[in-house]
Each structure stands twice: as structure tokens, then as C-alpha cells.
Design a protein around this ligand. Structure first.
Ligand code: SF4
Ligand code: ZN
Ligand code: ZN
Length: 300
């Protein structure tokens, strides 16, 4: 039996006992709470049924009293056969385990089309299903949060997700996207945009996985049938290979921290911000006259 490097208790993960592993994770979440200003705020945690959002919700729960956080969960039911029902079941179990209210938006019920229907339509046009699905999730989480007076939408993006996003953005030289993304974004109520924050921003995927499994968090044990087309899988593999070559240096961490510091060096007025307007159909923020969600759903 190995011992924790901080106390004499049994180590359960990476040289840490349960309590020190928990402290290690909470310290990183607390840094995001301060950076994003989440204290005394109403937080809507988007839960998918996966490990990242489940761990996000649980870690925030541990900090609820200390930072006076008002937390609820939201699941967007996507309409993916053989996956959506199971995902909702996991979210319901999580909501019971944590004692947090679960809100559900059913895309197919509300808009008449789910991701399966849209996949047929958009795949034939060469549009990746995950890009359509991502727009739907982001739009509906923001809409629900705005209409129900939440201050922030909370997502489960971890350090590997951010590193993967940065790799892709650097590859495509998407400077504006890099500047706009980050650990949090403030709300713009005039454009019906609620703030967003990522409490797992500085936490590696393997740490999230280990914590979810140690705590037996209810996680959907199926993969989305469209996940094979997700660019993130290729990027994460590249990052894993680089990490193996750069022994002793966690490249993912270096990438995320470097861009985090770079963004902080650029004053807000120097960041090129895309001009926002209100969608002529739904009134939510967009850069075109009709937002991508309304175009995807064929509204208006
Ligand atoms: Fe949506 Fe793609 Fe994730 Fe499936 S893998 S839930 S289609 S973003
Ligand atoms: Zn310990
Ligand atoms: Zn719209």
C-alpha cells in the first residue's frame, strides 16, 4: 500500500489520499471562481451524462456554502437514438445524488427535430454533426439561463479540451477565436448573452476520470454514435503523443497556461471583438442577421 505524499493516509490516486486529491481539485476550481467572479451567483451547470459535467457539478457543490453559489443543472436532450435516454438517466441519478434540481430541454419535443434528424440533413451537405450539435447545446443552455435569470452557464470543459481547442485554433490561425475563448466570458445582457465559466479549466482529463470513478458518479457508459467525427479526438491523440515525447513536461498544461497568460496581457479594448447583433428571428446574439440555431432549425 502506498502512502499519500502529504499525510500518512493510504494513497488512492497519484500519490494522494482521497482528501488531498479532493483539495488538489478544489484549489483549481476555486481559482476559476475568483477569476470569473462566481461568488454569490446563480449557476446553471450543463450536464450531458458524461464524467466532466458530473465532476464539475459535484466539485461546485462542495464549494456551494463557502461561496454562496445557487446551483441548478440543465440537460439538453438531443434526440440521439440509443444514447439520449441513457444520458438523461445518468443526469437524473446525478441530480438525486447531489440533491440539485435538474432542468431538461428536449430538442425534438420543442423544435420538432433532434440531432438524428439533423445529422441526415447536414451530413449530406458536408457539415459535421458535432458542429450542429454544439450550436444547439450552446444556444439552448444560454437561452434557458437567460430566461430563468442565471448569471452563468457552467460547462465541464477540462484542461485537455482547452488544449485541444487551442491546437485546432493555432492550426487554423483563428486569433479572434483564441482571444474570445478562455476560462470565462462575461455576460452581455443587451445581447441576451449569459456569462460562461469552465471550473475544470486547469484540471487534466485523467484527474477528472479518476475522481469520477473514485466517487462512483453516475456516468453514461455509452459513446455518442457521432463522436467518431469529432476533431477533438485527433487533437487529443496528437497532444498525447507530444506529451509522451516531452517526458517530464506536460505540454497540455504549458499550452493552456501560456495562452491564459497571453490573453491577460492584452487589454480588453485591444482585443478585436466580433460585432454582435440580435437575431431577427429569436432576438438572441448573433453575428449574422439570423443566428445559426434558427438557420439549423429552419425557423423564421
Ligand atoms: Fe453532440 Fe458530437 Fe457530442 Fe455527440 S459527440 S453529443 S453529436 S457534440
Ligand atoms: Zn493525504
Ligand atoms: Zn435566432
Amino acid at each position: 500500500m502506498s502512502r499519500c505524499r502529504f499525510c500518512s493516509n493510504e494513497a488512492v490516486y497519484n500519490g494522494m489520499c482521497f482528501e488531498h486529491f479532493k483539495k488538489f481539485l478544489l484549489k483549481k476550481v476555486v481559482s476559476v471562481i475568483y477569476i470569473a467572479g462566481l461568488m454569490n451567483k446563480r449557476l446553471l451547470v450543463g450536464v450531458s451524462g458524461g464524467k466532466d459535467s458530473a465532476v464539475t457539478a459535484q466539485l461546485l457543490m462542495f464549494l456551494r456554502e463557502k461561496f454562496n453559489l445557487d446551483i441548478e443543472l440543465l440537460h439538453v436532450k438531443l434526440g440521439i437514438k440509443g444514447y439520449s435516454d441513457e444520458s438523461l438517466d445518468s443526469c437524473s441519478s446525478l441530480s438525486k445524488k447531489l440533491g440539485l434540481k435538474l432542468n431538461v430541454v428536449d430538442v425534438k419535443e420543442e423544435y420538432g427535430k433532434g440531432v438524428d434528424d439533423l445529422a441526415v440533413e447536414f451530413s449530406s451537405k458536408g457539415v459535421p454533426v458535432c458542429s450542429v450539435c454544439g450550436t444547439i447545446k450552446r444556444y439552448l443552455m444560454n437561452k434557458f439561463a437567460f430566461e430563468n435569470d442565471f448569471d452563468f452557464v457552467i460547462t465541464g470543459h477540462n484542461l485537455d479540451d482547452e488544449a485541444s481547442f487551442l491546437l485546432q485554433a493555432v492550426k487554423e490561425q483563428q486569433i479572434e477565436l483564441i482571444l474570445r475563448n478562455g476560462v470565462f466570458s462575461p455576460s452581455k445582457r443587451d445581447f441576451k448573452l449569459v456569462g460562461k465559466a469552465k471550473p475544470l479549466y486547469f484540471i487534466r482529463e485523467e484527474d477528472v476520470e479518476a475522481w469520477a470513478s473514485l466517487n462512483k458518479l453516475p456516468i453514461v457508459n455509452k459513446k455518442c454514435p457521432y463522436s467518431f467525427g469529432n476533431k477533438q479526438f485527433v487533437n487529443k491523440k496528437v497532444l498525447k503523443d507530444v506529451n509522451e515525447e516531452f517526458r517530464g513536461v506536460d505540454f497540455r498544461n504549458s499550452l493552456v497556461k501560456t495562452f491564459f497568460e497571453l490573453r491577460r496581457l492584452i487589454p480588453d479594448d485591444k482585443k478585436k471583438v466580433i460585432a454582435l447583433r440580435r437575431c431577427s428571428v429569436c432576438g438572441f446574439a448573433t453575428t449574422k442577421s439570423v443566428c445559426r440555431f434558427c438557420r439549423i432549425m429552419g425557423l423564421g
